[in-house]
Design a protein around this ligand. Sequence first.
Ligand code: E4P
Length: 217
Amino acid sequence: MKFFIDTANLDEIKEANDLGILDGVTTNPSLMAKVGIKGKDAVMNHYKTICEMVDGDISAEVVTTEFKTIIEEGKKLAAIHKNIVVKVPMIPDGVKAIKWFTDNGIRTNCTLIFSAGQAMLAAKAGAAYVSPFIGRIDDSGWDGLELIQQISHIFQVQGFESEILAASIRSSLHIIKCAEAGADVCTCPLESIIGLTKHPLTDIGLAKFVADAKKFA
Ligand code: E4P
């Protein structure tokens, strides 16, 4: 499974990338706003900086919702760097745009997926990634992991080639469960990635090894 980090914060991206396990980055307009990026030029420059930091797929989201403007915006985003994947929302114009981008050699990540039907349509249109938002599904009282299992089963049976990118991750346990459920990628907050390194028995064991090492130092 690939590990992406879900942030526009450059310090967090650096910390995850320095671990040596990072395969890519996802951002969205809310994450860009959170780090104070304002204006078209600043957004484009921020994406460029991320692409120069991480050697992997970098999702850059369109902020328009009509076919023509999605295409115009997506072409500009894709021109920033070869690793840009244009993030397109799951709406009818988005599906149409994903098909256009696919036919024109631009890779896409279909975002805001909350059902298997949406995932199938995005895959059929040729999205490189489909992004089910499992945390938001859990928040609404449904089971996000069930959706990952369902999409994974359908993609295997039907031979869809899009990668399942589990998004809206809320915990380290979510990452493990998504891996079990068949996600190809998890895009995670930094703390959920770092959380995977933690276990109390590791801390206890390490404290003893360090103490014992002093005996023969
Ligand atoms: C996915 O690409 C989105 O950026 C993200 O995972 C949304 O997560 P949230 O529900 O925590 O906002």
